[in-house]
Design a protein around this ligand. Structure first.
Ligand code: NAP
Length: 468
């Protein structure tokens, strides 16, 4: 008999690791809702102890519960469930592996750890028969992992795409609504408590990449780690990009996209995080401020959207408590919940093969032949142009062949600057990148001012010209 199957419980004792923004709310909810939780679980939930670094900073917690010895707390024989809300990889990793090996069920909100060490943790849970739940690690309060793992267990998920980082969504929303540049919007986010003093994890996409790894793993039954996820952040998004997007009927969002791509050679998994223009008509475009939303598309279910608060103490604690109740119920009945399944072992699709569209903003010399030269670079790389627009000027549906004709009316004075905005049809990312590299080498191009991907996410991007 495994340690976790050793019989039902009439009280569930919890070791809480961490009592910060989320942990303190878990303590509060456990206290305020103890009778209801006991009724739902079938046994009372009691705190066995709370591990922190600096006990003196937690006067609100009964002193006898506090300890700085997290390993000692996890090892206590009267602990049934370990709730990890410390964050970081170590010592959380070792503590949770120890807990699982000893048959303690684990609840965690730690996306970085799950994205990095999910396989080791899942293996330890499987071997001891303990539960491993981590609903709060992706999209805070929003029930998302359980629907993917359980409600859609009979379906085939095709794509999971969403806004999973509130800080970057706040910044991009502020840039869109006020016209502010990135630096000013980041400063505002920091002032209002939406960005940390060091915003790297958020603005460079690390946080979203961890969440994408977890979503891809669960959706496609294939182990994906954070380092497998192609990642680009929002630091280079400019006010001009946002204005260009607006003019095209789009919003710029930092997207986490996980897809199963079926090809002649079999299926692959694509997992990527980058800022992209999406049409305003897409439900994700209207998700603003610090909110999160995730669009899940499954064969039989069709499109589903999950929306809500992706962070915050009480919000995240709600998801943690949901997991805790599930783990506690299993302890009471002497069973265990569903385990992670990573049986499919699908290969990862290299980002160069991902088919997407580009919006390219070029600073050019406004002289005869510019458009033809630019168009021929696209054509040489097999990238078809959907629309070309010159600053202050005309827009027309165009293929590469149309460009020569368009030059006729733009034979301005040699040396005058102009801006050329090109939107492409869908093409492999590698071809688009090579095109942009080649464009920067053209005499007539002063510089590539910006490059943003355009994602229809299953919807036609009519405003940008042509189907996807
Ligand atoms: N905050 C959110 O909105 C949110 C949303 C979703 C997921 N999460 C995840 O939830 C987890 C917790 O986040 P948080 O915002 O609550 O963090 P936090 O406010 O920084 O709290 C961390 C807690 O862990 C304790 N701790 C850290 N290292 C420790 C160690 N080595 N030994 C013992 N205790 C230690 C700290 O003790 P002291 O208090 O004594 O320093 C503190 O109580 C993270 O994995 C985070 O990614 C957070």
């Amino acid at each position: 008999m495994s340690p976790a199957d050793s019989g039902s419980k009439d009280v569930i004792r919890v070791a809480l690791l961490g009592c910060g923004v989320v942990g303190s709310q878990v303590v509060r909810l456990l206290r305020e809702q103890s009778d209801e939780l006991a009724a739902r679980v079938g046994a009372p939930i009691e705190l066995a102890g709370i591990a922190v670094r600096r006990p003196q900073r937690h006067p609100e917690v009964p002193a006898e519960l506090l300890t700085t010895d997290a390993a000692g707390l996890v090892a206590r024989s009267d602990v049934d469930v370990v709730v990890e809300l410390m964050g970081g990889i170590e010592p959380a990793r070792d503590l949770l592996l120890d807990a699982l090996k000893q048959g303690r069920s684990v609840v965690s909100a730690n996306k970085a750890l799950l994205a990095e060490e999910g396989e080791a943790l899942a293996t330890a849970a499987r071997e001891s028969g303990a539960d491993l739940y981590y609903e709060a690690s992706v999209a805070g309060a929003i029930p998302l992992l359980r629907p993917i793992q359980q409600s859609l267990a009979g379906d085939r998920i095709r794509r999971v795409a969403g806004i999973v980082n509130g800080t970057t969504n706040f910044i991009l929303s502020a840039m869109e609504s006020t016209g502010a540049g990135y630096a000013d919007a980041l400063e505002e986010a920091g002032r209002l408590g939406y960005a940390e003093a060091d915003p790297t994890a958020d603005v460079d996409g690390y946080d979203a990449a961890s969440k994408a790894a977890i979503l891809a793993t669960l959706s496609f039954h294939t182990r994906v780690t954070a380092s497998d996820v192609h990642r680009e952040g929002i630091r280079d998004v400019t006010a001009t990009d946002i204005a260009s997007a607006k003019a095209l009927g789009c919003s710029v969002k930092l997207l986490a996209i996980c897809e199963q791509v079926d090809g002649d050679a079999g299926s692959t998994v694509s997992a990527r995080v980058y800022p992209a223009m999406i049409p305003k008509a897409h439900p994700l475009a209207s998700v603003s401020g610090a909110f999160n939303a995730v669009f899940v598309e499954a064969d039989a279910a069709g499109p589903l959207m999950f929306y809500g608060q992706g962070a915050g103490g009480p919000q995240t604690a709600s998801a943690v408590l949901g997991d805790l109740v599930a783990a506690a119920r299993n302890k009471v009945i002497g069973g265990r919940g569903p385990r992670d399944t990573a049986y499919a072992h699908l290969p990862l699709q290299p980002v160069g093969e991902v088919r997407t569209r580009y919006h390219v903003n070029l600073d050019v010399h406004d002289r005869a032949g510019v458009l033809a030269a630019v168009a021929s670079v696209f054509a040489e790389h097999g990238v078809s142009i959907a629309t070309v627009k010159q600053e202050g000027g005309r827009e027309k549906a165009a293929g590469p062949d149309d460009a020569d004709a368009d030059d006729a009316g733009h034979g301005g004075d040699a040396g005058t600057d102009a801006t050329l905005v090109v939107v492409t049809h869908e093409a492999p990312d590698a071809a688009l990148r090579a095109t942009v590299d080649a464009l920067s080498g053209l005499d007539s191009v002063r510089g590539v001012a910006s490059v943003l991907r355009v994602e229809g996410l299953g919807r036609p991007v009519h405003a940008l010209g042509g189907a996807q």
